[in-house]
Structures are given as C-alpha cells and as structure tokens.
Design a binder for this molecule. Structure first.
Ligand code: NAD
Length: 280
C-alpha cells in the first residue's frame, strides 16, 4: 500500500479559507453521516453552501457533526433523518427543505448500501433493499427536486454511482444493476435539463476506504483466514492499478467542481475517480 505517497489534502478545518462560491445555495447530500457523503458535505459547506445532512447513526454523534460543521464553515447545517428507501419519506423530506429554505439547489445522491452474494443465493429482500436505496431513491429525489430547480433555472444533481456503474464484479448483482441504472438515469436527467441551468452528472469512484468497504475487507479476511491488512491490500490490488484508495476529500473536491460555473457544460458525464480501475 502506497497511500502515504498521496499528497495530503487540507483537513476539513483548513478548507475554511476557500472562496465562498456556493454561498446562497442549498445542498442536500444524502448519506452524509459517514464516508464519501461526509467528505462531499464538507467540501460544499467549505464553499459556503447551506447544508442538509442525511443518514443514519448515533443521534449525539450526528448532532456533534452537524454543529461542528456549522461552526467550522460558518454555514447553516440541518440534519434530516429520512429513510430514503421509503418513497413517502423522500417526498416529505424535500417538502420540508423547500418550505424552510426555498429549494434544493444542489442534490448529491450518495446514500448507498451493498450486499455480496452469488445470484442464486442472493436474498430477494436484499435485492429489493439495494435497488430501493441505490437506484429508486435517486429517481424519487430527482423527481421531487426538479420542479423548483426549473423554477429557479439553476440546479446541480450529482449521482454517486461507482466503477460498478461501468463494469461488473461477481456477487454484486443488485449493486452493479443499480449503479448501471444510476449512470443511465444520469444521462436521461442531463438530456431533459440540457437547455437549462440544471446539470446532472455521475461520479464513479473506485475503492474508497469507508465503513461500506471495511465490511467487505473484514469478510474477506475471515473467509480467507488472512489478516485485515492483507485483505485490504488484496482488495485494492485486485481492481485498482494505483494500489491506493480514493479518499472522500478527493471526491468532495470533484463534486465542488461539478457545482461550479466552470462545469456548466459538463452534462451527463460518468466521471471516474478510480485509480485506473476502469481503464483496464
Ligand atoms: P458508508 O456506508 O460510509 O455511508 C453510507 C451512508 O448512507 C451513511 O451515511 C448511511 O447512514 C446512509 N444510509 C444508509 N442507508 C440509508 C437509508 N436507507 N436512508 C438514508 N441514508 C442511508 O458508504 P460509502 O462508502 O461512503 O458510500 C457512499 C456512496 O458511494 C454509496 O452510494 C456507494 O455505493 C458509493 N461508492 C462507494 C465506494 C467505496 O469504495 N466506498 C465506491 C464506489 C461508490
């Protein structure tokens, strides 16, 4: 593992001096209590956006996160606990944010789960759960925020797909199907908004060392009787030529770019940040 060779990005506190290019914008980042979503939320808050956090976790820890981010970046930060696998909760969430803030100007569809099993042993309820959150929630959130975005002639929709939105791996039927679906939905959304100030793009990360991936590393270590460190190296080495994990901070910077004016003609892209995974 050569992770240490990657130049360190500024810690979240250091982001506080960045230009406030997203001041006045309201950003909803789903699944932002952990991992990639949290990295993206920090990058957008650092640029002055009002942040709506969402996700599961310990209530006291989430409140500390919310208050800490508001204080570090001098922005308003709300937390919305909606379970995005439920359509009614998505609709209520968007209505609440619009009533309080006027509109969702930036939507980052990031919340996601994984289940690993061969197709003939894939539990149907796990298929339904992965499709509901990783694909259907992206559709429902997009459907719900678009009318106000159209009214204001501005919007940024960023869908966190995956290298698995472009290529497949064994034992990830639901995840790969959902992520390929997200890449397709991104293109449709981009076409339907092409003549407006609304853009829609997907980001396709390779391996990022988050709780979602740590579970897969722990399962591999247990199944193969190897150490967690050996399992981590095997996992990243199998797919990612750089042999380094992508970081949530790096993905946050890419999301911030997609929100910028410079990215106004980036439309319908499936932008990889995968250490070379999908170049093979
Ligand atoms: P994570 O497990 O660290 O975070 C997932 C977030 O989603 C958490 O905040 C969790 O509370 C939230 N969440 C889970 N179920 C939810 C629900 N029903 N409603 C609302 N929120 C819910 O995972 P991560 O690795 O940061 O993954 C984030 C996204 O990035 C996912 O869509 C994942 O597929 C994608 N991704 C991850 C990797 C990786 O290597 N980690 C690679 C490519 C793509």
């Amino acid at each position: 593992m050569t992770q240490a060779t990657t130049p360190a990005l500024p810690a979240s506190g250091d982001l506080a001096g960045l230009p406030r290019t997203l001041k006045g914008k309201v950003a909803l980042v789903t699944g932002s209590t952990s991992g990639i979503g949290l990295g993206i939320a920090r990058a957008l808050a650092a640029r002055g956006a009002t942040l709506i956090l969402n996700g599961f976790g310990d209530a006291a820890e989430i409140e500390a996160l919310r208050a800490g981010m508001a204080a570090a970046f001098h922005v308003e930060v709300d937390f919305e606990p909606a379970d995005l696998s439920r359509t009614a909760e998505i609709e209520a969430l968007v209505k609440r944010v619009e009533a309080r803030h006027g509109a969702v100007n930036i939507l980052v569809n990031n919340a996601g789960i994984q289940h690993v099993a061969p197709i003939d042993a894939f539990p149907p309820d796990r298929w339904d759960a992965v499709i509901a959150l990783n694909l259907s929630a992206v559709f429902h959130l997009t459907r719900c925020v678009l009318p106000r975005m159209k009214q204001f002639s501005y919007g940024r929709i960023i869908n966190i797909a995956s290298a698995h939105g472009l290529v497949a791996s064994v034992e990830k039927a639901a995840y790969v199907a959902a992520k390929h679906g997200v890449v397709g939905l991104t293109k449709v959304t981009a076409l339907e908004t092409a003549r407006s100030g609304i853009t829609c793009n997907a980001i396709c990360p390779g391996w990022v060392l988050t709780p979602l991936v740590q579970k897969q590393i722990d399962a591999r270590a247990a199944a193969q009787g190897i150490s967690v460190q050996e399992a981590k190296l095997a996992l990243v080495g199998e797919k990612q030529p750089s042999m380094e994990f992508v970081t949530p901070d790096q993905l946050g910077e890419l999301a911030a770019f997609l929100c910028s004016d410079a990215a106004s003609q980036v439309r319908g892209a499936a932008w990889t940040m995968d250490g070379g995974w999908t170049s093979q």
